[in-house]
Design a protein around this ligand. Sequence first.
Ligand code: NDP
Length: 451
Amino acid sequence: MSVIQDVIAKVKEKDPEQKEFIQAVTEVLTTLEPTVEKHPEFVKAKIYERIVEPDRVVMFRVPWEDDKGEIHVNRGFRVQFNGAIGPYKGGLRFHPSVNLSIIKFLGFEQIFKNSLTGLAMGGAKGGSDFDPKGKSDREVMRFCYAFMRELFRHIGPDTDVPAGDIGVGGREIGYMYGYYKKIVNEHTGVLTGKGLEYGGSLIRPEATGYGLVYFVHEMLATRGTDLRGKKVAVSGAGNVAQYAIEKVNQLGGKAITVSDSSGAVVDEAGITPDKLAFIMELKNVRRGRIKEYAEKYNLPYYEGKSVWDVIKEQGVKVDIALPCATQNEINGEHAQALVNNGCFCVGEGANMPSTLDAIKIYLDNNVLYGPAKAANAGGVAVSGLEMAQNSQRLSWPREKVDEELQKIMKNIHKAALDAAETYGQKGNYLAGANIAGFIKVAKAMLAFGVV
Ligand code: NDP
């Protein structure tokens, strides 16, 4: 058995119930095969075995009171996966599906993503199985305080700097930052995604969606084309989806789908800026359901379906797919339907939105496939820039941050392509991104000896 297969087998044996983590390890390590031969020093130092084991896992009780005074208990997590190249960095997710497997998969992916940005950030992720849906602002506030009451002792501006993710946006970051500041008595860059008034960065809300579309732009250029006139399927209606739609519009494309966890809408006329403004108000202010978009614009609404179900069942033609909702939203059948309906480019805004079967179909059909850790790295990259601004006690103008973001996405695209070619996988962004991200972390781990 190869070194890589042996490591994957051991991960499966140790934590057989952690299916998302096993999926992420399999996806990354399989593409690292070509590094084994070129780097016997990594094999000797057991880097492959070490990198799948988190530096530290913190799990804790989060008790909080609802508006009626009833007590609830949720579970909190922070997985500090690998701090070889910088302070731990990665988002917090509040969603009922959160468990240790999901946080480990996200933290593991984050190691390579952060390395790819070229900034000094280790990989981490955290969150809770708390469901913010249907909770009052005060309930969310009490939950965030209770969560931070334990998390504060594990984080710090040079130790671990969390950010947002599903269910954690500006409101939640504000509550958590306010509570941290209160108990630690320091105004410091310990969270990113902060409001502009208290240390946030311009372009941070836009960064993941914008960065995704910049990455897609780079991929399209390798085939001599661009976004102009392209039909784009976007899933989700949250932070990443909203700004991906905005940038698709700005670069001349037409976003024709949007969804949430209740259903999907197809809008062949295109989600124009005024319609996007409606989605932003609906989702960010009123916290309503995407069904209202279908009602307002008199469009068919597909209850209980994902964008990818609808594309498969209704034969919707698209050129580009941008999954921006959640993990494993595109399976093999969805991927085949996308290919059959003319899709030639997939850029992943969400983390691990494609199953291993789906990825195989993209690669077998010569689809330009931008994997999450490269394509959605713009969010964490601008978080890194927020940390830099906090350390400098300065705020950079919007144009400067956007320019840096574009530069970083260009560099990531090049690093992935170059690594793919060097390691005999020309044109394979998945292998290239994993290898480029891995090599830097592996070399740092090697430099430290056995720690
Ligand atoms: P949000 O909470 O802002 O939005 C998530 C969207 O996806 C919502 O529309 C939500 O529906 C939908 N969704 C969530 N879970 C499911 C599910 N199980 N099935 C169907 N739809 C679902 O999160 P973000 O936009 O921040 O995150 C989206 C993805 O992007 C995640 O995979 C995240 O890890 C990834 N990502 C985010 C970054 C960031 O900077 N925010 C950075 C890099 C990656 P509903 O409205 O019903 O809740």
